[in-house]
Design a protein around this ligand. Structure first.
Ligand SMILES: *[C@@H]1O[C@H](CO)[C@@H](O)[C@H](O)[C@H]1NC(C)=O
Ligand SMILES: *[C@@H]1O[C@H](CO)[C@@H](O)[C@H](O)[C@H]1NC(C)=O
Ligand SMILES: *[C@@H]1O[C@H](CO)[C@@H](O)[C@H](O)[C@H]1NC(C)=O
Ligand SMILES: *[C@@H]1O[C@H](CO)[C@@H](O)[C@H](O)[C@H]1NC(C)=O
Ligand SMILES: *[C@@H]1O[C@H](CO)[C@@H](O)[C@H](O)[C@H]1NC(C)=O
Ligand SMILES: *[C@@H]1O[C@H](CO)[C@@H](O)[C@H](O)[C@H]1NC(C)=O
Ligand SMILES: *[C@@H]1O[C@H](CO)[C@@H](O)[C@H](O)[C@H]1NC(C)=O
Ligand SMILES: *[C@@H]1O[C@H](CO)[C@@H](O)[C@H](O)[C@H]1NC(C)=O
Ligand SMILES: *[C@@H]1O[C@H](CO)[C@@H](O)[C@H](O)[C@H]1NC(C)=O
Length: 825
């Protein structure tokens, strides 16, 4: 058995080495009509085999790039790639193909035959050639060069590849993102060789931000005409009077027998390397030279160079920068350590902070110390002859002040800075220290929750279910019938119940608020954050201790809350025991006789609704993850709590996003809580139009399948980034989605979302799953466990039937308004 396996393996390995050689390519010459695909590991090699052209798989992203690389080096370093391919990632999907055509030279097509990139238009190419210099050249009939990779460089310069006036190299976006980045090396029309940062949003050469290196060869009498790089590693700007401005001296020591390359790295450093040829492969690329000397120190007052806002740059090996967020700051995009850093706390603002005197507030903020760190821009005040303590105190007492830089030299200068901090640099030779003002964590963690439950991030804020208002129509709550029961609470039994509540809360580390406390916190319910099926949510600020405070939001339950305090308390207790990473946490409540309010943790990134319906649309990858996470959260409510919880109001406005953009479901448990007294028959219908299942309007039993229905609608919204009911377009998403599915036109659903386009298999799986979920017949809908399995690909998803064979949800709702009897099981 084992021997067989080994034999198989050997065969496979041999097969692979065989495939690499593409037979029709003789001496690097490629005939018109030849093609390469991503799935075979073949390539077009130069005569010596030093260079090859073909597709390269780019990890960790799922995609390929058409590239030229050093083929005899174990790392197969890429020196050129097809830039500006027509996909969002800059990569092409598996199954793509490059063909050498007569009219357009190299053409990349995706598996569906759609053209993604071409080298030229309207030519008459006779053949291509991969040269031993690393240049891929397209020839017209004779030997006339029509196009070459050397003349269309990306981020790398090879020996004998020159840069002419007006040409440029451009960096990648990150080491593994082959989209165009924001750095450019350019020989300008005036003959000056410059390293430039471009506007980070447009990354267009016509939108130059700043210059961080230049050759100064722009004398009008003898401007630079060409950047020349030769096999000795010599790089110079040739001037019109034949003078050579030396960019980089030649290497005397290194032998001729090396590979060379100069690359404009994604972090803005232009560096030159060599690599021994032949048997000494393991030595790898040797760093030879780079500009600028210190990319951290090069700066213009606007924008940033190597590291994003609030990010600190320090020099690492080979003049390359390293970026590091200060303590208490986190990367805005966790996958890009060169990006911006954002505070993990609420920054101080000078807004209307109610009557907070500076002095009682002093302990609320403290400083983090960054030794040998300077932020040379963003000053708004500067004082001489301040000592460090006075410098800090001055910042503490100033609500505008984000940080101070203190100069440890003779001048003892104190600079006040505002956010965002830019061009941060840590330099061991510097004489400045930075103190950034941050919220005092001890206080932020506060007494709001006891130690036991505050183990995670401290810094609590409280939230509401509906942060973003949608149109009144969408939030319309069906109240078919409503019977108000008279309050029977006597003063005596009220006070007893409050003591019960306190005991309950202590057990769970829940905080019990008095009505007065929440009135004060919300400034008499002044700022409304949103409205949901269960009540209105207000923003508030809780004083914690010693003048410190925490922003909160308070959900004021509407009149339907049960009259019985004890039952209310018991239910809140049940809700408070539910912990899952995809559910919002309950922090406290108020049960003060006439008012019931619930307080949740606050999540900084708002609702899924605001995330989903913004433009440009969020990334498909993130949407996929969010869809699966929400399904897990609902599954937990349905199957993994001690008592099944039906949410009854699943919709994007009730899904909040935490600091990592993880979705968290809010408002769970409230449906039951608010229906306590109506034992088995409901007299009102809860939920939001567009998301409610048909059984609400019929006399059928209400089961967890109502959530499955709402989830299905929401899943379509997540896939399409379109609202369930779009009044402007007049589109009913579920009908449209089914139509598209039925007619095999799923691409219409995702329009120009090329990331999703590249993942059609998954899109189709999600849409099928969603259509199963929105079946009118509740028995046809899968349960949440099956739904998660469908999404994860564990279960096959068959063709779903027409979800509403009898009527559309809207024709049904109208008649249902009068029927009004629904029962809860
Ligand atoms: C390969 O190309 C080189 C340079 O163009 C040429 O000198 C040589 O004769 C060619 N060899 C063959 C076998 O075609
Ligand atoms: C590309 O697709 C082919 C089949 O179409 C498959 O065999 C291969 O594993 C895929 N490659 C990658 C890297 O996904
Ligand atoms: C990019 O591709 C889309 C379809 O995938 C197409 O509609 C569009 O015209 C293409 N753009 C260019 C510049 O080729
Ligand atoms: C810089 O190079 C890119 C790609 O080669 C090209 O599209 C652009 O026009 C060039 N910029 C200038 C100013 O020539
Ligand atoms: C060419 O011009 C540069 C200044 O632009 C000057 O420094 C240099 O001496 C000139 N060289 C010759 C050979 O004239
Ligand atoms: C590179 O250029 C320098 C200066 O012109 C010259 O000394 C050297 O010989 C050249 N090297 C090669 C390999 O052409
Ligand atoms: C190959 O590349 C990896 C990652 O860039 C690097 O860590 C490794 O040192 C390289 N190996 C050689 C031999 O250059
Ligand atoms: C806060 O200040 C406002 C006016 O600035 C005043 O009306 C209000 O009474 C003050 N509140 C407290 C609690 O001091
Ligand atoms: C932060 O708050 C804690 C608790 O109130 C206090 O002991 C500490 O001194 C504060 N830190 C600063 C720097 O004020």
């Amino acid at each position: 058995m084992r021997f067989n396996k080994i034999l198989q393996l050997v065969l496979v390995l041999q097969l692979e080495t065989l495939v690499v050689l593409s037979q029709n390519i003789i001496n690097g010459s490629v005939p018109v009509g030849e093609s390469l695909t991503t799935s075979e590991s073949s390539s077009w090699r130069s005569p010596s085999g030093d260079f090859a052209l073909g597709f390269r798989k780019i990890t960790p992203n799922d995609g390929f790039t058409l590239s030229i690389w050093f083929d005899k080096i174990s790392n197969k370093t890429i020196v050129w790639h097809a830039q500006a391919v027509n996909t969002t990632t800059g990569l092409v999907p598996n199954g793509s193909k490059v063909t050498l055509t007569k009219d357009e030279g190299l053409v990349i097509t995706d598996p569906g035959g759609q053209e993604l990139w071409r080298s030229l238009s309207g030519g008459s190419v006779s053949r291509g050639r991969m040269t031993d210099e690393g240049n891929f050249v397209l020839f017209r009939d004779a030997d006339e060069v029509m196009w070459s990779s050397f003349e269309n460089p990306t981020d790398t310069l090879l020996p004998n590849q020159n840069i002419e006036v007006g040409q440029n190299l451009s960096s990648r976006r990150t080491e593994t993102s082959f989209k165009k980045g924001r750095f450019s090396l350019r020989l300008g029309d005036d003959g000056n060789l410059q390293l430039l940062t471009l506007n980070a949003e447009t990354v267009s050469e016509s939108d130059i931000y700043s210059t961080y290196y230049e050759s100064d060869t722009n004398d009008p009498n003898s401007p630079g005409v060409r950047l020349i790089y030769n096999q000795s590693g010599y790089m110079y700007v040739l001037q019109r009077n034949n003078s050579q401005f030396v960019v980089k001296k030649k290497d005397e020591e290194t032998s001729k027998d090396v590979y060379r390359r100069a690359v404009l790295h994604f972090d803005g450093v232009f560096a030159e390397y060599y690599h021994p040829k032949g048997g000494q492969e393991n030595s790898g690329w040797v760093f030879d030279w780079a500009v600028p000397d210190n990319i951290c120190g090069n700066s213009d007052s606007l924008g940033n160079t190597a590291c994003g806002y609030n990010n600190i740059c320090s020099l690492s090996n080979n003049q390359r920068p390293r970026c590091e967020c200060p303590k208490r700051f986190v990367l805005k995009d966790p996958s890009n350590e060169y990006g911006d850093c954002v505070p993990d706390f609420e920054m101080e603002t000078c807004g209307s902070k109610d009557n907070q005197t500076v002095n009682s507030d002093v302990n609320l903020y403290e400083f983090i110390t960054l030794k040998k760190t300077n932020w040379p821009f963003g000053d708004y005040e500067s004082y001489a002859n301040y000592d460090e303590e006075r410098c800090k105190a001055s910042c503490l007492n100033d609500c505008f002040c984000a940080a101070v830089v203190f100069g440890n030299n003779r001048d003892l200068r104190c600079w006040k800075k505002k956010f965002p901090l830019s061009h941060g640099e840590r330099n061991p030779l510097g004489d400045s220290d930075t103190f950034i003002k941050v919220l005092n964590r001890t206080i932020a963690d506060g007494r709001l929750i006891t130690e036991k439950s505050s183990k995670n991030r401290g810094w609590l804020i409280i939230t509401c279910s509906v942060l973003l208002g949608t149109s009144a129509f969408l939030n319309f709550i069906f109240l078919a019938m409503y019977k108000k029961k008279k309050k029977k609470t006597s003063k005596k039994n009220q006070s007893r119940d409050i003591s019960v509540a306190t005991a309950t809360a202590n057990e769970l580390n829940l905080r019990v608020f008095t009505y007065g406390e929440l009135v004060e916190a919300t400034r008499d319910f002044k700022e409304e954050l949103g409205r949901g099926a269960f009540g209105i949510v207000y923003k508030g600020i809780l004083k914690v201790s010693r003048g410190s405070e925490v922003t909160v939001a308070v959900k004021k339950l509407d009149r339907l809350a049960p009259d019985n305090e004890k039952e209310f308390n018991n239910e809140v207790k049940v809700i408070a025991q539910i912990h899952h990473k995809n559910l919002v946490r309950l922090i406290g409540f108020c049960n003060d006789g006439q008012s019931r309010m619930i307080v949740y943790e606050f999540l900084p990134h708002g609702t899924l609704a605001s995330f989903l319906f913004r433009r440009p649309r969020p990334r498909w990858e993130d949407r996929r993850r969010i869809a699966v996470d929400i399904a897990r959260g609902i599954l937990y409510l349905h199957e993994e709590c001690s008592e099944q919880i039906i949410h009854c109001d699943i919709k994007p406005q009730n899904i909040l996003l935490d600091e990592n953009y993880c979705p968290r479901i809010s408002d769970f448990g409230l449906a039951k809580l608010l229906m306590l007294n109506q034992t088995h028959t409901l007299t009102n219908i809860r939920g939001t139009k567009g998301y409610v299942a048909i059984e609400w309007f019929k006399n059928g039993p209400i089961t967890s399948k109502v959530d499955v229905y709402s989830y299905g609608v929401m899943l379509l919204e997540i896939v399409c980034c379109k609202k369930a009911v779009d009044l402007e377009d007049g589109v009913i998403l579920i009908d449209w989605a089914y139509d598209c599915f039925r007619h095999g036109k799923l691409k219409d659903l995702i329009e120009d979302d090329s990331e999703a386009m590249d993942d059609m298999e998954m899109v189709e799986r999600y849409v099928r799953t969603a259509i199963w979920c929105i079946q009118e017949e509740s028995g046809m809908r899968p349960n949440m466990r099956t739904v998660t399995q469908m999404l994860e690909g564990v279960t096959q998803v068959h063709d779903p039937p027409n979800p509403s064979p009898f009527c559309s949800i809207f024709t049904c709702t109208d008649e249902s308004m009068s029927s009004g009897h629904v029962s809860l099981v």
